[in-house]
Ligand binder design. Sequence first.
Ligand code: 5CA
Length: 439
Amino acid sequence: MRLSRYFVPLLKETPSEAQIVSHRLMLRAGLIRQEAAGIYAWLPLGFRVLRKIEQIVREEMNRAGAVEILMPTLQQSDLWRESGRYDAYGPEMLRITDRHERELVYGPTNEEMVTEIFRAYVKSYKSLPLNLYHIQWKFRDEVRPRFGVMRGREFLMKDAYSFDLDQATARRSYNRMYVAYLRAFDRMGLVTIPMRADTGPIGGDLSHEFHVLADTGESQVYLDRNLIDMPVPPETIDFGGDLDPIVQQRSALYAATSDVHDQARFEAEVPEERRMSTRGIEVGQVFYFGAKYSTPMKATVTGPDGKDVPVEMGSYGIGVSRLVAAIIEASHDDAGIIWPEPVAPFDLGLVNLKAGDAKTDAACGDLYASLTRAGKDVLYDDTAERPGAKFAGMDLIGLPWQVVVGPRGLEKGLVEVKNRKTGAKEELSADEVVNRFAK
Ligand code: 5CA
C-alpha cells in the first residue's frame, strides 16, 4: 500500500480525553475515530489489526472443534423473557421498538438465541458435543464507557457456546476453550493468566477470566508469580484428548480477581516472594452454567437411555476489539505502538527519504514490488514529508520493521533495516532485504 493513496490520519497533539496510553496511541496513530460515547469507527490501520486478531481467534476456535456461524445483532425480546433475563439484565441492554411495536434488543450476548437455534434442530446426544461460535458486534449500554475501545458500548466479541449431554463432557468442552484461549492470546504476543472469577449476569458456578497484566487494567488481580512463565500448549495439542492436566496445572496455583479473592487463602497457599497483586485487563472469560438456559428454554436432548435431559451448556467470550487496546498496553514505548508481528497492520514500512528523486524512487519501487511478491504486506511511505516526520510517523504506527531508503545509502548500494522493538539497525543491500523477509 502506498501511503500517498492510503488513509492514515495521524494526530500531532495528544488528545486530552484519552486517559490511558492505548487510547492515546489509537487516536494519534489514526486507528479509530469516536462517533459517540463508547462507539468507534475503525480506520484502515485499526481495522487491519482487528481483522488479524479476529482471524487468530477463528483459527484457534476451529482447531478446538468449534463451528462458526453468524447470528444477528438484533434479537427478539421474547427470547429473553423465556430465559428470565429480560428484566434481570437491566439498563445495560439496549431495547428497541420496531414500526410494528415489536420489541427487540441489540444483543449484549447470545446465550438465548443460540439455545433457540440448538433446540430447533438438535434432539439426540449423538449430535454432541457441539460448540457454535460467532464473531459479532455487541452492545452494552455501559454507565461509564471509557478508555477507548477497552470499555466501549459497541464492541466486537467472539462468543462460543458449548452443548453437552452431562457435566463430565461439558467439563471437557470447557477445557477445550480454556486451552484454545491460552493459544490464541499467546499467538498475539500476549501473556494471559486465567483467574477464578465471578460469573455476573451470565450465571453458573465455574468461570475463569483471562487477564493481561498491566498497570492500566480495570481489575485488581492476585496471583502466584509462577503462572507467568507457564508453557502454552503447542499447535499439535490433541483437542480430542484429555486436557484436564493442563487446566489443573494452572488451577493448582492461586489466581483470582478481586470479586472472589480470599486474602487468607492467598497468604496460606502462595509463598510471600511469589505473591503478586496487580492490575489486569480482562480479554476473555469462560463460563460453565449447566442447565441455566436449557431448562427454562426447554432445550433437551435424548440420552442413550432414551430419557430427555436439559442440555449442559457453557459460554466463552473473547473481547476482540478490546484486544487491540490490550496489545498496545502490553507493547509500546514513548515513540508509539510496537505491534507483535502476527497482529501488525503491515509487516513492514518502506520509507522513501527523497520522494521525487529518480534513483530513490526506482529503488523503492523495486523493493516494494519484490517484497509484495514475496507475500509481505508493505506500507510504502512515498510521500513528500520531511524524513524526521516520516521516522516519527513510522515509530508511532509501530510496524515491526522499517526499511529506510535514501540517496546516500544507495550510493553504497545499501538501505537501512530497523527493528521497531529493539531499535537495532542494519545496513543491507536491497537483495539481502528481500531474502531476509521472503523467508
Ligand atoms: N456470554 C459470555 C461469554 S460468550 C459473555 O458475554 N462474557 S463477557 O461478558 O465476559 O464478555 C466477553 C468478553 O468481552 C470480555 O472478557 C471482554 O474482553 C469483552 N467485553 C465485555 N464488555 C466489553 C466492553 N464494554 N467493551 C469492550 N469489550 C468488552
